[in-house]
Design a protein around this ligand. Structure first.
Ligand SMILES: C[S@@+](CC[C@H](N)C(=O)[O-])C[C@H]1O[C@@H](n2cnc3c(N)ncnc32)[C@H](O)[C@@H]1O
Ligand SMILES: [Zn+2]
Ligand SMILES: [Zn+2]
Length: 213
């Protein structure tokens, strides 16, 4: 494979390890560990140290619960403030040209790789959480989600994080918006919110009864 002309001199070509692939450059993201701005790329933060602290955040503040019809979901044990990075979406890193099965393709999120491009298409990889991944893979979708995926970095490692978009009260389910094309047609959404795009039939039948009156 030919080294792209814009691949930085400092970068390994071809990248073969996770760290080489997810290496952050003078890019647009903030370090979620120390808050260093994009151009302060060499803040020195260490990914494995940050992950160890995150593991405690998970253990102390969240738990998994079974939800009828939705499998497993994540619930907050304590109140969590808005704009808090609660974890990392970790999984298997796959090349952008790989073909996932119909069910597995819904478990993939894009992560940009290499330096940010302005003239050519940004290369990316998939984080595949179908079989393996961190606890964040159990976050269900809601059409009124209380977290969002945030592309970030820790030191020189780019990663996909989950950040709260509002205060989450203890006992509430943690949810994220999976984006368009997930719950379409017969794939009904069970988020149960007023703004649901494709509500599950119990909601449908309740609406029909109202119309008959
Ligand atoms: C990334 S997983 C989330 C964890 C999943 N509940 C589990 O037990 O493994 C995504 C899957 O969860 C289920 N799910 C998530 N949000 C849902 C929703 N709003 N309505 C119905 N099913 C949902 C669907 O089966 C979906 O394919
Ligand atoms: Zn840092
Ligand atoms: Zn919904």
């Amino acid at each position: 494979m030919k080294r792209p002309a814009n691949w930085p001199d400092e970068a390994v070509w071809p990248p073969t390890t996770y760290n080489e692939l997810t290496r952050a450059y003078l890019d647009e993201t903030v370090c979620v560990d120390c808050g260093a701005r994009p151009r302060q790329i060499d803040c020195g933060c260490d990914l494995s140290k940050w992950q160890a602290i995150q593991a405690e955040t998970w253990r102390d503040n969240f738990e998994l619960q079974k939800i009828p019809g939705m499998g497993v979901g994540v619930f907050a044990l304590n109140d969590v403030d808005a704009k808090v990075v609660i974890g990392e979406l970790a999984g298997l890193l796959r090349p952008s040209n790989h073909k996932a099965s119909d069910s597995a393709k819904h478990y993939e999120s894009k992560l940009d790789i290499g330096p940010y491009q302005t003239k050519v298409k940004q290369p990316y990889a998939y984080i595949d959480v179908w079989e393996y991944g961190s606890w964040t893979r159990f976050i269900n979708h809601s059409c009124e989600a209380n977290t969002a995926f945030l592309e970030a970095r820790v030191g020189r490692n780019r990663l996909l994080t989950v950040e709260t978009t509002q205060k989450i009260k203890a006992g509430t389910q943690v949810t994220v918006d999976y984006g368009e094309g997930f719950f379409e047609g017969d794939d009904k959404c069970r988020c149960g919110t007023r703004s649901c795009d494709n509500p599950y039939e119990e909601w449908d039948s309740a609406n029909e009864e109202e119309e008959e009156e």
